[in-house]
Design a protein around this ligand. Structure first.
Ligand code: PFF
Length: 463
């Protein structure tokens, strides 16, 4: 049997892992959700949840992968001892990554499309409304959506096809630093805008009146999503990790980088919003509808806009390669396929599954879907996978690491290569109790089983 591939260098591993975490979650979701939740306190909650919930699950996944030396399906089976049924978590990871990838490539395709449109100076001579409407035209054009998601998936496939060192690691070492450089340049640009001080206090000044308890739960969900936990990505990346690598340190470093990018992205976007008197509660359209309108008002539109959308493409690409790798590693291990065969078959499958999402806006397929289910096909897959499957897998992973894996194995797997021996106990406490309680609370709120806002309000009145 061929020896398992592993990362060639510590830097490469770190860049690949950070690249996976830093994605559309940090650049697109974080700013608009922060805007909707009044800034300040929400950001603080996000930081706290990243440290006490996201980081422990992140470390648990790395521990599982490195100890088992396998992708999720094999890893959960290998460490489940006599409780073999826990291996279904591995299959859930495979399912959720397939679903997430199928719509994420459509959004990433939009970014690729906007990079080209920006290069062609598409906003020149258009009114702001016309610029914003371009997104609606794109959204409704099924064939153009399919073309871009196909191209984006092609890029992802080409990288994963080349394997760990020559594909994922090589490109992560280029794309992740490039992303940081572009982000810092754009951030410096925002620093010069009149709206910067207002944006700064919006993001960092806690205002107790603006955050609802349900917003706290949203912060928790976002902390998990932006760190890439609950998909088996870190199990897979952990399986290529050297024994000399430090798991808790890696978890904190990547979380730090992820937080930095989320904050920089907000500090780049909000000054523009305040400078031009837009409202921060714009919602998901912020990135594709508003940004080009804003860029159009600034000097250097072509360069600014193209660079910005390239940043989004890079961020999405380092995330999609990590998701595709989960699936490719799974089929190569479980069915004995070669990497090229596995990559091509899985990518073909992802493309087929992505078609209904790409055609979602044009109603080219499943026309009656929105009428029947109240959401477009695209939104249904997004909602089902990120609101339900991700938290369920995250909680099961924490329970698995905390209660199912033999404690001696967990301890050794977690601490090998690390000098922070003291951290094991607090981590175990978090994965056993705090993570499950926190995540179950999000799911109950999201599922409408409890209404935290009403509970807190009743409690405050009673006093
Ligand atoms: N942490 C990633 C992000 O913030 O975008 C999560 C992710 C989602 C990774 C979807 C990959 C992916 F395909």
């Amino acid at each position: 049997m061929k020896p398992r591939e592993n990362w060639g260098s510590r830097l490469g591993f770190l860049m690949a892992t950070a690249g996976s975490a830093i994605g559309l979650g940090s650049l697109w979701k974080f700013p608009y959700v922060t805007g909707e939740n009044g800034g300040g306190l929400f950001v603080l909650a996000y930081l706290v949840f990243t440290v006490v919930i996201g980081v422990p699950i992140f470390a648990a996944e790395l521990m599982i992968g490195r100890t088992a030396q396998k992708a999720p399906v094999g890893a959960f089976l290998a460490l489940s001892g006599v409780k073999k049924s826990w291996r279904f978590i591995g299959w859930l990871c495979a399912l959720v990554t397939l679903l997430i990838l199928s719509y994420y490539v459509v959004v990433a395709g939009w970014a690729l499309n906007y990079a080209l449109m920006s290069l062609l100076n598409f906003s020149a001579g258009k009114t702001p409304d016309q610029v914003a409407e371009t997104f609606d035209i794109l959204y409704k054009s099924g064939s153009i959506n399919m073309l871009w998601s196909f191209l984006f998936l092609g890029l992802t496939t080409a990288i994963v096809f080349r394997g760990i060192r020559h594909g994922i690691e090589f490109w992560a070492k280029i794309l992740t630093p490039a992303l940081f450089i572009i982000l810092i340049l754009l951030f410096c640009y925002s620093l010069t805008l009149d709206g910067f001080p207002q944006a700064f206090s919006f993001i960092f000044k806690p205002d107790l009146t603006k955050l609802k308890p349900s917003g706290l739960l949203q912060a928790l969900g976002l902390a998990c999503f932006t760190l890439s936990v609950g998909m088996g990505i870190l199990v897979t990346y952990g399986s290529y990790m050297q024994k000399s690598e430090d798991i808790p340190k890696t978890a904190f470093t990547v979380a730090g980088m992820d937080i930095l990018v989320s904050l920089l992205a907000s500090l780049m976007i909000f000054p523009i919003i305040f400078t031009f008197d837009f409202v921060p509660e714009q919602g998901p359209g912020l990135l594709f509808k508003t940004m080009p309108v804003l860029f159009d008002k600034l000097p250097g539109t072509l360069i600014l806009s193209t660079t910005f959308f390239l940043l989004v493409v890079f961020a999405a690409l380092t995330s999609t390669i990590s998701v595709l790798e989960v699936l490719v590693a799974t089929v190569t291990e479980s069915f004995g396929w070669s990497r090229p065969k596995g990559t091509l078959i899985i990518s073909g499958l992802v493309f087929i599954i992505s078609i209904p999402s790409a055609l979602s806006g044009s109603s080219g397929i499943f026309k009656a879907w929105p009428e029947m289910y109240g959401k477009t096909f695209f939104d249904t897959i997004d909602y089902f996978s990120t609101t339900w499957l991700l938290p369920i897998i995250a909680v099961l992973t924490a329970l698995f690491a905390g209660w199912i894996v033999d404690r001696a194995i967990t301890k050794e797997g977690f601490l090998e290569g690390s000098k922070w021996v003291w951290i094991f106990r607090p981590w175990l406490f978090l994965v056993r109790w705090v993570v499950p309680a926190g995540v179950v609370l999000i799911m109950l709120q999201q599922g409408g089983v409890i209404d935290l806002d009403a509970i807190v309000q009743r409690f405050t009145w009673a006093n």
